[in-house]
Ligand binder design. Structure first.
Ligand SMILES: [Zn+2]
Length: 255
């Protein structure tokens, strides 16, 4: 090997070293970029309902600790608390029910977190040959008022109260409730949906995506509503725990 060849080899080694350093730097940059992404699917899937309060634009602008304040004032309700927007929470979970209603101006829109969870659930279901449709999600106060009044006119108030929420008390106003059906729209929000492939799949799998069946069979005296095999509530990471407990949200939270 002469001097010329030696310097050629040195030159090649230098170029290779530079390439390695450059690629290493690029690789580090890419890894750093992905590690710092705040909204990956994983984060969405494991986010808790407590986080979704931000997405629902509940006011968190001041630093008053309402939990402590309400406890001091003796307004603590079953260990839960009503926040500055008039929305009741227990253990970080928003509750809308016949007992805990929402203010008429509470209008968060559909939760993006619940929507992304639904979309990933629908995709997985589709891959297993199950077609899911969210046919009704967010409803504002005025819409619920129209629906409820129509049912009362048709069936009378006592009957309507078993399947329809009074305005302000509907879980759909939270943006976290999804009415889910299959491809056959004639079964949407009907008891004929019970036992279908889609209903069974949802019952067994929805919790993995953060959803719980909110009004199960045999729990009307607790939830206040007739069973609804299509009505799912987005809870977040606690959904599987609730599912495994076999309890309704009311029983699980002790409210
Ligand atoms: Zn519903």
């Amino acid at each position: 090997m002469n001097d010329n060849e030696v310097s050629n080899v040195k030159g090649k080694v230098a170029i290779i070293l530079l390439l390695v350093i450059a690629l290493g730097g690029l690789g580090f940059g890419v890894v750093y970029f992905f590690l710092n992404q705040p909204e990956t699917d994983k984060n969405v899937a494991t986010a808790t309902a407590a986080n979704s309060s931000d997405n629902n634009q509940v006011s968190t602008q001041n630093n008053v600790n309402f939990s402590e304040l309400f406890a001091e004032l003796g307004l603590d309700n079953n260990g839960g608390e009503t926040n500055a927007s008039g929305v009741f929470y227990k253990d970080g979970i928003l509750v809308a029910s016949k007992t805990y209603c929402l203010p008429s101006d509470y209008a968060p829109g559909e939760s993006w977190e619940a929507r992304s969870a639904f979309e990933s659930m629908a995709e997985d279901a589709r891959n297993q040959g199950i077609e899911l449709t969210a046919f009704s999600t967010y409803r504002d106060y005025a819409t619920q008022e129209r629906i409820y009044n129509r049912y009362v006119q048709a069936d009378g108030q006592a009957a309507a109260d078993r399947y329809s929420a009074k305005p302000g008390c509907s879980e759909h106003q939270t943006g976290l409730a999804f009415d889910i059906g299959g491809p056959d729209s004639s079964r949407w929000a009907e008891t004929t949906f019970d036992g279908t492939r889609e209903a069974v799949w949802l019952e067994q799998n929805a919790h993995k995506y953060g959803f719980i069946m909110r009004y199960p069979q045999g729990k009307e005296h607790i939830t206040g509503y007739m069973p609804e095999s299509w009505h799912y509530r987005y809870i977040g990471s606690q959904a599987t725990d609730i599912y495994n407990s076999g309890l309704t949200l009311e029983e699980y939270l002790g409210i």
